[in-house]
Design a protein around this ligand. Sequence first.
Ligand code: SF4
Length: 256
Amino acid sequence: MSSPRLTQIEVRSVLTAQGRSSSIPCDYTINPYRGCLFGCTYCYASRFVFDDPAKKADWGHWVEVKKNAVDALMRESHKLYGKTIFFSSATDPYQPIELRLGLTRALLEVLLLAFPARLHLQTRSPHVVRDIDLLQKFGDTLDVGISVPTDSDVVRKAFEPRAPSIARRLKAARQLTEAGIKTTATVAPLLPGTPKRLARLLAPCVNRAWVDAINFYEKEEALREIYAQHGWEKYLLPVHENAVRQALREAGLSSD
Ligand code: SF4
């Protein structure tokens, strides 16, 4: 495995406009970084690395910091009034480097003054709690999605070996909820696990849950190998997704 590579890049814009046919229902996505050191095995974002096949193959081991992102966003913030924003769609805004750089936080400070209609912040990192004071200022405009695709750390390690443990994510989700921040468990992509246990763990930590099945995109061979190695193929059947949705509903968490 190669060691992580960190570089700085300049961008013309950090806003990516989303068309009506986009799979992400929002007006704009914002990504402070390109690449992601969590390197989840199923990550779809590597599909967007068109310019460098080596980088695409090495997804998860490099990150580019958009060093002028704050200036770029300030220049374009007038476009965001009353708009819906997804932050971030192709990187984790709270991967560990964020603790040192504070780029996500600086962008959120700009967004606060841009008055978007809705801001969805998506992460699987407990470092999001660093910004609770700032997130509270968005009020009802904001909801935070914490990715909790399984209740099992064995499963998490197989699919997301460099991402934070499930326990740390749950703790962070609970801290957000207790701070009055709308928090959704994104059970996405749905991974193997025990539906009722997952629902039991999530219920005290989040306001709602959202489920989405795994999509293999360009990684079918590698992902099927993980399922086969562990004898987890049965979790690809619709019965697992249905059981998770049912358990979440019974726990009072909408799964739609
Ligand atoms: S945290 Fe998100 S962006 Fe990063 S590798 Fe995992 S799925 Fe991809």
